[in-house]
Write a protein that binds this ligand. Sequence first.
Ligand code: SAH
Length: 343
Amino acid sequence: MDEILKNLIREKGPIDIAEFMGLALGHPAHGYYMKGDPFGARGDFTTAPEISQMFGEMVAAWIMDVWQQMGSPVFTLLECGPGRGTLMADIMRATKNVPGFYDSAKVHLLEISPALRAMQAAALENYAPEWHVNLETLPDRPMIVVANEFLDALPVRQLIHTADGWKERVVGIANGNFAFDTKELPFNLPVDAAEGAIFEISPVRSQFVTDLVKKLNGAALIIDYGHSESGIGDTLQALKSHKYISPLEEVGNADLTTHVDFHAVKLAAEAAGAEVSGPVEQGAFLKDLGIGQRAEILTLRATPAQKFDIEKALQRLVDPSQMGSLFKVMGLTNGQNLSLPGF
Ligand code: SAH
């Protein structure tokens, strides 16, 4: 992977951060998501559905509420970036006794990784999922969408404030290694900031949100780490075996993400015609949907060791010092008059 990227840079010059991220994650042969399984205790990172079934149960409750408000139609239940398929499996398990739900929910998955598609196929074999690589191939019908830790994987560009004004941050080569560099912007940004300040923009993410809203006849639930207001900050991070490393190391072997600018997501969604709820913090959202009560019920039948695990998982999901505050939840609706729960 390193050589492929270095040859590309030698040929056409330094590449912007979005192109670097896009290749590091999505290169057909060597991209991070195109290879193995990045999740869980032995993987590179752990996500909320992998921590506890309670997360999927709360999302299932949200979906049920929205589906009933829509008049319980046949609908597309779309998950964007389903990882191992755990969240969708938990949603389907939690809704199995809801009359009419299984006949109405058509499971669709947006996933680029062949390795993860295979895991999703195994986890969801009873629900006949259909896969997509983009939103264009989705059928035309009412839709409920879930995207947990999906938007953070979409590439961002970084603008950096230097002594000579704003430049684009790029990846070049110095002494044979990848190195950050800067390149002139085709426009002048008259915004003051400290030297070295970085501002992130994600045309790819905004375009995705625009396309999603245009397709949406129903509601979408977006959950990710990020900030509610746009601001200065370099959030590009690489995770390998649960440790942060330089984004320029282990290219293609480490997860590369940025925090989601939910303000930018909101602006893109509203411009495309959506009604936006939130963002609210994940802890508040899950508590509002009843995760505390659910944990208590699970505890009733639990051994002391299981009780400890349930309590620990609950804390991880809702505590502000863990995922409760950094993770935000945003709801989008279009084409239907819905009052989204949890906001
Ligand atoms: N939602 C899961 C996994 C999050 S990791 C969970 O919470 O556990 C990000 C997921 O998005 C992976 O499944 C990855 O393969 C997928 N993905 C990343 N970029 C994508 C893209 N451009 N198109 C479709 N899927 C993508």
